[in-house]
Design a protein around this ligand. Structure first.
Ligand code: ZN
Length: 741
C-alpha cells in the first residue's frame, strides 16, 4: 500500500507520519516507489543525499540496510547493521537489522538472543513487523543446523503473528515432511495451565503466555522463580527444559528434563519422553568414527584396471564422469566398491553370514599430464588395514606406494551402524521379503548385540547392559532405546526396540486402550495422549468416524505407523455397517491440532483410509494392487460426493507405469475436461505432468521423444503461482520489510 500521512512512520517510532517525520513524507513516498521497483542504486544515492540533512534517521538507515542486503553487499550491510544497532540498541528496526546481520554471519546464538530481547520490547502477543523477517530467517538457519526445537518454536511463533505468512507455512511444511526428525522434537510442548490446586496458578499462567508469545527470557525467569514449588508440580521442570531448548541452553534443558523425569509424580511414559527429548539434541555429538582417505599410485594403469574389473569382490559403480572433475582436477575414470566377502550364489537365501558388507570405496584416476595414475580410497579407519591388505593381494605389484593419508571426516558410530550397507548384487533376483528379513535379522541380533555392549555418553560412559539391572535405570534405558528407534528405518524400529528392551529387562510399552462408546469420549482419550504414542493404541474397537478423525490428525504429522493402523481399522469395517453409524461430532471434541474441525462422515473416513492404503500399495505392493484399491476408493468417493480428480490422476500415473498409454491419456483428458473449473485438480494435474517431464513449469509442452504428451493439452487455467512457490522473489518482499505493516 502506498504511504500517506496516516501510515505508520517508516522510522519505526510507532506514530503516524503526520505526527512524526511529516516533512519527509514526499521523500519516503519516492523512496518506497524506488525500492519496490528495484531501483536500488538510485534509492541509495537519494538516501545518501537525504542523510546530510537527516543524520541518524532510522527509516533511511534501515532502507540502506535493505538495499545493501538485496544487492549482495553483505560486508557493508553487516558493518551498517552493527553501527545502527550500537547507536540504537532499543530501536526495533535496528534490532531487526542486527539480527539479520548476525544470522548471515552464522552467529545464530547471539542473533536469537537479541531477537528475543526485541520481541520482549513488544506487548505479549504483538510484534513489530520488522522482526518477522529476521525471525523466520533464524528459524531456517537453526533447522539447517539441526536445532529442531527452536526452529519449530520460531516457525510456529511466526505463524501465530502472521497467520498468512508464506515463509512460515513453507518452513513448517518442510519440518513436518522431514521423516528423519522424530515427532517428539516437533511437537513437545509445555502445559498451557497449572492444575487447580497449584498455589501459583496465575503466575504460571503468566509464564505460559510469555512462552507462547516469544517472551522466552521473561517466561524462563518466572519459571525459575516458581521452581521452589516444583515438588508439588514437577511439570514446571518440563516447561523450563523446553524454553531452555529454545534459548539454546541444552545443558540446562537436559538437567531440567532429568529433574522432571526423576519425580515420583511423573508417569513412566512422560519421564521417558522427557529424557528422550534431551537425548535427541545430542544425538549427533558423540562417538566419532574417522573416515580416511588413502591415495596410492598405480604404476601400470591398464594392467591394474584389467585386474580390478575382473576381481569378484570389487564392484565397478556406474557413474557419469562428466558430473565430476574440472580443468583443475580431471574426473576419475572408474569408481569401485570393495565388499568384505564373496557374493552368495544366485538363488541362495540371504543371511547375515553370506551377505557382503561394504568395506570401502575408491576412485580410479588414469595417468594425467603431471600426475601418475592413482586410486583414492575412502574407508573407515577400522576397515583400513583389511581393505589395503585385500587390494595388495588382488593387485600385487600393480599397487604402487602410498602418496598420502588424510582424515576426511568424522561420523557418529550410531549413524554408521544404523546403515549397515549390505551389498546385494542384482537385488531384483531376491524377493523383497528376503531382503527385509536380512535387515530385520541385522537389527535385532547383530546390531542389538553391538549396541548393548557399546558405551554411551548418556549412561556415564557405561554400556547399556552394564547400566541395566537397577530399578531407577529403566526410564533412562527406555529413553535411550526410544532415541535409537526414532533414528532407525521405520520398517525395523519397532522390532529393534522390542529386542533391546527384552535384553535389558525393561518394560515394553503398554498398549493404550481407548474407552468403548461414543466418539467424543474416544477422541477426548486420544487428545490427552501425545500423538507419537497413538501408534500404541488398540484401535480395534474404534468406530469408522472416530478412526477417521484420528487419521486426519496423524496424516498431518506424517505418523506412518498410526496412519497404517487407523486406515486398516477403517477398511476392516464392512461399508454398510460403517455407513449406518452416525457422523462423529468433532465440535464437542476438539481434535488436537486438526485444522479442519467439521464433522466427518463414514464415507469421508473411508476415502481417507483408501488414500493411505493406495499410497502404501504404490510403494510396497505395485501398481496392480494400487489400481484395485483406486477402483474401490472411486466408488466410495462417488457415494460421498467427493471429487474423483485426485484418484483419477493417481490412476493415470499407475497406468503409465504399466505402459498403458491409452488409459493414461483417457484419464488425463477426463480430468482436464471434467474438472476444468477446479483449481486444485488443475494444479495437481499440472504438477503430475511436470513430474512426468511432459510439460515445463511454465505450462508449455515439452518435446520428448515417445512421450505420451499427445494427450489433450492441459488447461492453463490453474494459476501458475500454485506451483512456483518461489515466484515472489526477495526483492518484492524487501520493500514490505521497510514499510511498516
Ligand atoms: Zn518518523
Amino acid at each position: 500500500m502506498p504511504l500517506d500521512s496516516h501510515s505508520p512512520c517508516p522510522c519505526g517510532s510507532g506514530k503516524e507520519i503526520r505526527f512524526c517525520c511529516s516533512d519527509m513524507l514526499k521523500d519516503y513516498q519516492q523512496l518506497e516507489t524506488m525500492l519496490s521497483g528495484g531501483q536500488f542504486a538510485a534509492a541509495l544515492s537519494m538516501i545518501e543525499k537525504l542523510e546530510k540533512d537527516h543524520p541518524n534517521n532510522a527509516a533511511l538507515i534501515s532502507a540502506k540496510c535493505l538495499i545493501l542486503r538485496e544487492t549482495g553487499r553483505f560486508d557493508e550491510f553487516i558493518a551498517q547493521a552493527e553501527s545502527f544497532y550500537r547507536g540504537n540498541p532499543d530501536k526495533l528496526k535496528a534490532i531487526a537489522e542486527y539480527v539479520i546481520a548476525r544470522t548471515i554471519g552464522g552467529q545464530t546464538d547471539e542473533a536469537l538472543s537479541v531477537l528475543v530481547d526485541g520481541i520482549e520490547k513488544n506487548e505479549p502477543g504483538k510484534i513489530d513487523g520488522s522482526l518477522l523477517f529476521p525471525l523466520i530467517m533464524i528459524a531456517q538457519q537453526l533447522l539447517e543446523q539441526g536445532n529442531i526445537y527452536t526452529a519449530v518454536a520460531l516457525a510456529k511463533l511466526s505463524q501465530s503473528f502472521n497467520p498468512k505468512g508464506r515463509e512460515s507455512a513453507a518452513l513448517l511444511a518442510q519440518i513436518y515432511r522431514r521423516k528423519d526428525i522424530p515427532l517428539i522434537e516437533k511437537e513437545l510442548t509445555f502445559d498451557p495451565a497449572a492444575p487447580d490446586d497449584f498455589p501459583f496458578r496465575d503466575k504460571y499462567q503468566d509464564a505460559a503466555v510469555r512462552l507462547a508469545t516469544g517472551h522466552w527470557k521473561e517466561g524462563r525467569a518466572i519459571l525459575e522463580e516458581l521452581l521452589s514449588c516444583a515438588g508439588q508440580w514437577p511439570n514446571l521442570y518440563r516447561s523450563l527444559g523446553l524454553v531452555n531448548f529454545w534459548l539454546g541452553d541444552t545443558d540446562a534443558a537436559a538437567e531440567a528434563m532429568r529433574k522432571f523425569a526423576s519425580s515420583a509424580k511423573v508417569s513412566f511414559d512422560d519421564a521417558v519422553d522427557a529424557l528422550t527429548a534431551a537425548m535427541l539434541t545430542r544425538r549427533q555429538l558423540s562417538d566419532d568414527l574417522d573416515v580416511m582417505q588413502v591415495i596410492r599410485t598405480i604404476p601400470n594403469p591398464d594392467k591394474a584396471l584389467e585386474i580390478l574389473l575382473s576381481t569378484p569382490r570389487l564392484v565397478s559403480m556406474p557413474f557419469d564422469a562428466r558430473m565430476y572433475g574440472d580443468a583443475e582436477r580431471p574426473a576419475p575414470s572408474h569408481a569401485f566398491r570393495v565388499v568384505d566377502r564373496p557374493f552368495p550364489p544366485q538363488g541362495e537365501a540371504l543371511t547375515l553370514e553370506n551377505t557382503p558388507l561394504l568395506l570401502g570405496t575408491f576412485l580410479f584416476f588414469g595417468k594425467q599430464t603431471d600426475r601418475d595414475a592413482r586410486i583414492e580410497i575412502q574407508v573407515f579407519e577400522q576397515n583400513r588395514e583389511t581393505l589395503l591388505a585385500f587390494l595388495s593381494e588382488a593387485l600385487g605389484a600393480e599397487l604402487g606406494p602410498e602418496v598420502e593419508t588424510n582424515l576426511l571426516t568424522k561420523l557418529p558410530w550410531l549413524f554408521k551402524k544404523l546403515d549397515p550397507e549390505f551389498q546385494i548384487k542384482d537385488s531384483a533376483a531376491f524377493p523383497a521379503e528376503s531382503v527385509k528379513k536380512l535387515y530385520r535379522d541385522y537389527f535385532e541380533t547383530a546390531f542389538a548385540e553391538e549396541w548393548l555392549n557399546h558405551p554411551s555418553d548418556f549412561l556415564d560412559g557405561k554400556t547399556p547392559l552394564a547400566y541395566a539391572g537397577q530399578p531407577e535405570s529403566a526410564p533412562v534405558l527406555s529413553a535411550l532405546v526410544q532415541t535409537v528407534a526414532f533414528q532407525t528405518d521405520p520398517q525395523f524400529s519397532e522390532g529393534l526396540a522390542r529386542a533391546l528392551r527384552e535384553k535389558l529387562g525393561i518394560p515394553q510399552p503398554e498398549t493404550l486402550t481407548p474407552p468403548e462408546g461414543d466418539d467424543s469420549a474416544v477422541l477426548a482419550f486420544f487428545q490427552r495422549i501425545p500423538i507419537w504414542r497413538w501408534c500404541r493404541a488398540d484401535v480395534s474397537t474404534l468406530s469408522v468416524t472416530a478412526a477417521g478423525q484420528l487419521l486426519r490428525v496423524v496424516s498431518i504429522f506424517g505418523e506412518d505407523e498410526a496412519m497404517t493402523r487407523l486406515s486398516d481399522r477403517i477398511l476392516s469395517v464392512p461399508a454398510d455397517e460403517a455407513d449406518s453409524a452416525k457422523t462423529a461430532s468433532a465440535s464437542e471434541s476438539e481434535t488436537a491440532s486438526a485444522p479442519d474441525r467439521r464433522p466427518l462422515s463414514a464415507a469421508e473416513a473411508r476415502y481417507m483410509a483408501y488414500e493411505v492404503r493406495i499410497a502404501k500399495a504404490e510403494t510396497a505392493e505395485g501398481p496392480a494392487k494400487a489400481l484395485e484399491l483406486i477402483a474401490e476408493a472411486k466408488r466410495v468417493a462417488r457415494e460421498a460426493g467427493i471429487s474423483d480428480a485426485s484418484l483419477s490422476l493417481r490412476e493415470a500415473a499407475m497406468q503409465l507405469a504399466l505402459g498403458r498409454i491409452d488409459e493414461f491419456r483417457r484419464l488425463v483428458s477426463y480430468v482436464a475436461r471434467e474438472h476444468r473449473g477446479d483449481p486444485e485438480a488443475m494444479a495437481e494435474l499440472q504438477m503430475m505432468m511436470i513430474n512426468l517431464g511432459l510439460i515445463n513449469p511454465d505450462g508449455t509442452p515439452r518435446t520428448v521423444s515417445n512421450a505420451p504428451a499427445a494427450a489433450e493439452p492441459v488447461s492453463p487455467a490453474a494459476e501458475p503461482k500454485l506451483w512456483t512457490p518461489d515466484s515472489d522473489a526477495p526483492s518484492s518482499g524487501g520493500s514490505k520489510l521497510w514499510t511498516p505493516d
